[in-house]
Design a protein around this ligand. Structure first.
Ligand code: SF4
Ligand code: SF4
Length: 441
């Protein structure tokens, strides 16, 4: 079988075997959920409820008039305990609605479709996706209705469903493809209809043979959707790498896949669209892999968005040994947490717990000019140069080295034998470069 790939990249240890064969199960109902009013790229939301209100599961509780935004919904039925700033996985405190759950699971079914789904127009699909609060569930949290609203001057040739899941440890897309292939295809077809795209491709890495087999069966009768297999390499799942490997097209700097005739969406997002359109279910639940040597029973779960990390760790049997590091998301792009009281958001796809003994002490040494960071960078940047310029606050020179093209994949930091925190400095550099650009406008 021929496999596609991009140039450069790295081969980290994957550790997927911990949960690869674990079927998705339902997490327990938490006693309380915390729903941040900003868990998408775009404008923050206004609360639609107040302290003391009773809410149903699925009820919309936050929204805005802005187009680039996604409303939020109650993931439990219960009582609004308060609206206040709460800790989120980004490390920031964000205005959030706290709901104390009751045991009724009373459901708000106002999104339920009253029409045969085959008769839905493109606009009706996009409107429902927006009302359901669906965002990209691969981690980017970009509102899906915005992606599907193709400007009139753009011509989209391919709809690509991203089943790569190249982050080590995670298995949520893999399990979805094994367990719900036909729901994925239905969701994908709805999105293709909404965006008026005729050709569909599903990309899967070759370390997921069961998923490849299930998805191939699911598209047997589909004339315009095909499965493409990719080499297992990080960051193969990045939109730019995926498009380059698949179509040999390069997304321009600062541009979007749309600029090269492509829309990319994630496997789990397709299931969310399917559930919204067919059942009227808003995005109140998603999947997560809870894993690592510091977890008693590594597992894959459906959980209610807004559940605290401590509840989900308990659902996975609790800690094994003394935890040294807790990361939300994948180990390459996720964020380390200092508290298990932090809430989950729509983009939270993983909890990884490492033992205290295995957590590497941060001990950067001088650069030995080995160029491994350069050879690994999928964007053909000079990570050591970008990092140095940022470390020595020579921010005005960063633009000459295309700092904004960095996709923050972390490959350079991972591969560096001198343990230099390249990405940490590059992130600071990106922010400072943006500030300089804004101040000169
Ligand atoms: S410079 Fe950016 S894009 Fe290149 S390897 Fe480092 S984190 Fe990835
Ligand atoms: S990988 Fe590390 S040591 Fe090698 S050139 Fe890059 S920064 Fe220097």
């Amino acid at each position: 079988m021929s496999v596609l790939t991009f140039k450069q990249g790295i081969h980290p240890e994957y550790h997927k075997e911990l949960t690869r064969e674990k079927p998705l199960k339902k997490a327990g109902r938490p006693e309380e959920v915390v729903i941040p009013l900003q868990q998408h790229i775009g404008a923050p939301l206004d609360p639609l409820v107040q302290k003391g209100d009773h809410v149903k599961q699925g009820q919309k509780i936050g929204d805005t008039d802005s187009f680039v935004a996604a409303p939020v919904h109650a993931s439990v039925s219960g009582t609004v305990k308060g609206i206040q700033k709460m800790l989120t996985p980004s490390g920031q405190k964000t205005e959030s609605i706290i709901i104390e759950a009751d045991d009724e699971d009373e459901i708000d079914d106002s999104l339920k479709p009253d029409k045969d789904i085959d008769k839905l127009t493109s606009k009706e699909i996009i409107d429902t996706v927006r009302e359901a609060g669906i965002v990209g569930l691969g981690g980017a949290m970009f509102p899906t209705h915005v992606k599907l609203s193709v400007p009139e001057d753009k011509d989209v040739e391919y709809f690509v469903l991203n089943g790569i899941e190249c982050e080590p440890f995670l298995n949520v897309d893999n399990r979805m493809m094994i367990e719900r292939p036909s729901d994925i295809i239905s969701g994908m077809k709805l999105m293709m209809k909404a965006a008026d795209v005729k050709k569909g491709v599903i990309g899967i890495e070759n370390n997921k043979p069961k998923a490849i087999s299930k998805m191939k069966q699911a598209v047997e009768k589909e004339e315009n959707i095909e499965i493409k297999v990719f080499e297992t390499k990080y960051p193969q799942g990045g939109e730019k790498m995926l498009i380059k490997a698949l179509l040999d097209r390069e997304v321009p700097e600062g541009g979007l896949p749309l600029d090269v005739g492509v829309i990319v969406n994630n496997i789990t997002t397709a299931v969310a669209v399917f559930e919204a359109i067919t059942e009227g279910k808003p995005l109140i639940e998603r999947t997560i892999t809870i894993t690592g040597e510091g977890i008693s029973e590594p597992t894959n779960l459906y959980y209610r968005i807004g559940t605290k990390v401590k509840n989900l760790i308990n659902d996975a049997g609790g800690f094994k040994g003394t935890p040294g590091k807790i990361v939300l998301g994948g180990p390459m792009t996720g964020a380390a947490q200092h508290s298990t009281e932090v809430t989950t958001v729509k983009g939270t796809s993983g909890i990884i717990v490492l033992h205290k003994e295995s957590v590497k002490k941060f001990d950067p040494k001088p650069c030995i000019r080995c160029a491994r960071c350069v050879d690994s960078c999928p964007m053909y940047l000079l990570p050591l140069k970008l990092s140095d310029l940022s470390q020595y606050e020579r921010y005005d020179e960063l633009d000459n080295y295309n700092v904004q093209s960095c996709i923050e994949c972390g490959s350079c930091s991972y591969i560096c034998p001198a343990d230099r925190p390249l990405l940490d400095y590059i992130r600071i550099g990106k922010m400072e470069d943006m500030k300089l650009k804004k101040s000169s406008q």
